[in-house]
Ligand binder design. Structure first.
Ligand code: ATP
Ligand code: MG
Length: 401
């Protein structure tokens, strides 16, 4: 295991100033798995103020949690002072940070054995809780007594599911038992933190592990909307690529458009996700082109929900088994064939200004005229030429008067 250069340098600077420092948590786990860690966290005995003095470029990312981001040749490293978990009153993380004296104390407040290892460039791996062995046999296990750890922070129950789903690990029995016992306490955790774990599980290699939310009894304590657990489709997400909107729609479509919208609002997720997922669920039962002129029907669908959404909708219909593999291939081919065809007002070969120049009057009917021309172009893309459209406009609107 070879620690990245920046992390080694940061550790060296901290040690030369008389502090201890280690790479810790997710990055150690990822290194041992042979994966490239997303980011490298460093834990140190130095206080945040000191870290800021020791390095020329730092940001206060989470100074209230003892974290300072050190910028080292363009890469950010989160440097956090040894912490303990302090006192818990309401199953959430404590509101104030308490610093720990030792690495041991810092490691023992971490959630799972696989996340509680540290690494030092010359001292090597520090593994006090059997993390390496659990990593090798593929087990998610709480550090210490699971029931106490979930009592302190109920989010850890969802984190157990998330890490098991990411690596395809099993969850150790006592950890499962404790989660079942404590399921209701998930209601104390903020919706944002809950959604963050669900979101990461959805796009992992094993989104079907989300069924554990219900198996352990957390569903209705996360949201009233999830009360009826039979409406969730746990097998559908893994039949889709790792796209959040697609997988969330595949998982939740059974609850219906309105409930899915309310659920995502409740989870306080971003507007783009709320819109993207709701749109897919709203259109899941839309009929696909059939019978005469399927190309024009496909263009109409592209106009109605947008090209990218049609592409996702086809994938969604396949994932929830509303269409077969063959139907999917046929519709996908039709979509690709029509992809470049004009299906929006801004893709018309003329603008409102051109219509005015041709005798139209500015005002609300101008938009209606453009929509009429787009109807024509959707039926026959060959008509998308300025002179053809002007002629159509004149014919249709002047002859009527
Ligand atoms: P990822 O690659 O998804 O970021 P990670 O292991 O870095 O995985 P984070 O959520 O970033 O996960 O947390 C970083 C580390 O902090 C974890 O590895 C764990 O040691 C510790 N940790 C995070 N959240 C908790 C928690 N709720 N309770 C205890 N320890 C936690
Ligand atoms: Mg991380």
């Amino acid at each position: 295991m070879e620690l990245d250069k920046g992390a080694r340098e940061i550790i060296r600077v901290l040690e030369e100033a008389g502090f201890s420092a280690y790479a810790v948590g997710g990055c150690v786990r990822d290194y041992l798995l042979g994966l490239v860690p997303k980011d490298i966290d460093i834990t140190t005995s130095a206080r945040p103020e000191t870290v800021k003095e020791l390095f020329p470029k730092t940001f206060d990312t989470g100074i209230e949690h003892g974290t300072v981001t050190v910028l080292w040749y363009g890469t950010g490293y989160e440097v956090t002072t040894f912490r303990t978990e302090g006192k818990y009153s309401d199953h959430r993380r404590p509101d104030h940070v308490e610093y720990a004296r030792s690495l041991e104390e810092d490691l023992s407040r971490r959630d799972f054995t696989i996340n509680a290892m540290a690494y030092h460039p010359s001292r090597g791996l520090i593994d006090l809780f059997g993390g390496k062995e659990d990593l090798e046999s593929g087990v998610v296990r709480c550090v210490g007594r699971a029931s106490e750890r979930f009592e302190e922070d109920a989010l850890r129950m969802l984190r157990a599911i998330r890490f098991a789903a990411r690596f395809g690990f099993r969850i150790e029995e006592e950890t499962i038992r404790a989660a079942i016992e404590r399921a209701s306490t998930i209601s104390y955790v903020s919706k944002e933190r809950i959604w963050d774990e669900i979101r990461k599980t959805l796009v992992s290699d094993h989104p079907e592990y989300l069924s554990l939310i219900f198996d352990w009894g957390m569903g209705s304590f996360i949201s009233e909307i999830l009360q009826d657990q039979d409406l969730a489709d746990h097998q559908a997400p893994k039949r889709c690529e790792q796209d959040l909107h697609l997988r969330a729609a595949a998982w939740l479509h059974g609850y219906g458009e309105e409930a899915v919208y309310r659920f995502l609002r409740e989870m306080k997720t971003d507007l783009e996700t709320i819109r993207g997922v709701s749109l897919l669920v709203a259109h899941i039962s839309d009929p696909l082109p059939s019978g005469e002129d399927q190309a024009a029907q496909m263009r109409e669908m592209m106009r109605r929900i947008g090209r990218e959404s049609v592409r996702k909708l086809l994938k969604l219909k396949k994932a929830v088994c509303m269409i077969t593999e063959e139907e999917y291939s046929r519709e996908e081919a039709l979509l690709e064939e029509q992809w470049e065809k004009p299906v929006a007002l801004k893709e018309l070969a003329l603008t409102g200004r051109d219509l005015i120049a041709a005798g139209d009057i500015p005002g609300p009917q101008l938009g209606a005229h453009l929509e009429f021309l787009l109807d024509e172009v959707i039926r026959d893309p060959e008509k998308n030429k300025p002179e053809t459209l002007i002629a159509l406009f004149r014919n249709h609107w002047y002859n009527k008067e």
